[in-house]
Design a binder for this molecule. Structure first.
Ligand SMILES: Cc1cc2nc3c(=O)[nH]c(=O)nc-3n(C[C@H](O)[C@H](O)[C@H](O)COP(=O)(O)OP(=O)(O)OC[C@H]3O[C@@H](n4cnc5c(N)ncnc54)[C@H](O)[C@@H]3O)c2cc1C
Length: 312
């Protein structure tokens, strides 16, 4: 029988929505689901995790060396908790992509990446070639399944659950070779790009870092996260953690607004699961219009200020 442990993603205060999406993936695998919350002073986060549907137990491990989400410190702790479980799941976010392969390496198994569909307890589907092909993967028989759930493929589980919270002492110690220096976050109060329900993105056509300010101010009006094409990132208009696409973030907001983005396959692969895609491009032949729900042929430097003033 499958026993599934999910490693929670959080910022020390709030549970990241990616954890609720992992729960949905876990529900497709089996019904015995626990969540591990690692950190320091994370009782509130553990309480939030305990509300997720289908979760039986939340294991909270408070320790100073687990305070920052350093994969080098979290992986040994997660592995020791994983002893009783057949599956260990994490999200396909920046954290999960750092953490889960380390847990898999310590456990001596291959990691299963980006589960988008569950075919059986050890059989999964995942996208390859920038989402242009889907491959069936099967974990080795009898091996622990250590996997990331592709968060763009799963809806967040509900939060009417009532799991128990169990406090456990840490069994690991701090990794000597890695230490936490600090967190620099460019986003300020803006929603996180990977979990935002609305995202405004700018492409090469923004033309400069200064002009990219139009994207920030429209996003702020909409309470949206900010994304960018690789061309905009490479040109230095915005930081590279905003890149959306094959080599950036794969996102699934309810609303995605793309300004001056052509719609290259590597960009589109990052937004395939978005709810409504709105594109503004001055070229009526731009490929982004093939995948957008609403398309406007126009100059973004005219459309963006107009849209912003209409929003009040
Ligand atoms: C291995 C690999 C990985 C990659 N990974 C990614 C990735 O993760 N994410 C990503 O985005 N790209 C990625 N790329 C790059 C990708 O192929 C494209 O080069 C890139 O997405 C283009 O960005 P863009 O649409 O902003 O620029 P362009 O393709 O130059 O498009 C600019 C668009 O703006 C329009 N435009 C110009 N002026 C205006 C105006 N005033 N108003 C309105 N519209 C205007 C133009 O008509 C055009 O359609 C990758 C490429 C490779 C080879």
């Amino acid at each position: 029988m499958s026993r599934i442990l999910i490693i929670a993603e959080h910022d020390g205060e709030t549970l990241n929505a990616s954890t609720a999406k992992c729960v949905s993936c876990a529900q497709a695998i089996g019904s015995d689901i626990d969540i591990a919350v690692l950190g320091d002073g994370i009782d509130e986060v553990a309480a939030q995790a305990a509300t997720l549907d289908s979760v039986s137990k939340v294991i909270a491990v408070n320790a100073a060396h687990l305070a920052a989400p350093l994969a080098a410190n979290w992986a040994p702790e997660a592995l020791s908790l994983a002893a009783d479980y057949s599956h260990v799941l994490g999200p396909s976010t920046t954290l999960g992509r750092d953490l889960m392969p380390r847990i898999a390496a310590l456990a001596g198994v291959n990691q299963v990446s980006d589960i988008m569909e569950v075919s059986g307890p050890t059989a999964f589907k995942r996208p390859i070639y920038a989402g242009n092909a889907i491959v069936d993967v099967e974990a080795a028989e009898g091996a622990k399944v250590i996997a990331t759930a592709r968060i763009a493929s799963w809806k967040a589980a509900g939060n009417s659950g009532g799991a128990t919270v169990e406090q456990r002492a840490a069994s690991s110690s701090a990794a000597g070779h890695t230490r936490y220096v600090g967190l620099e976050s460019g986003g300020g109060e803006r929603p996180d790009l990977q979990s935002a329900s609305r995202v405004v993105s700018g492409g090469r056509a923004m033309g400069s870092e200064e002009n990219f300010g139009l994207v920030y101010s429209l996003a702020d009006k909409l309470g949206a996260g900010v994304g960018a094409s690789r061309a905009a990132v490479d040109a230095g208009y915005c930081p590279n953690d905003m890149q959306v696409g094959q080599t950036g973030k794969i996102i699934a907001p309810d609303l995605y607004l793309a300004f001056g983005i052509s719609g290259a396959i590597q960009h589109v692969t990052g937004i395939k699961d978005a709810g409504t895609i709105v594109a503004v491009n001055k070229d009526s032949e731009a490929p982004i219009f093939e995948i957008s729900d609403i398309g406007l042929v126009g100059d973004l430097f005219k459309v963006m200020p107009e849209l912003e003033s209409l929003l009040g």
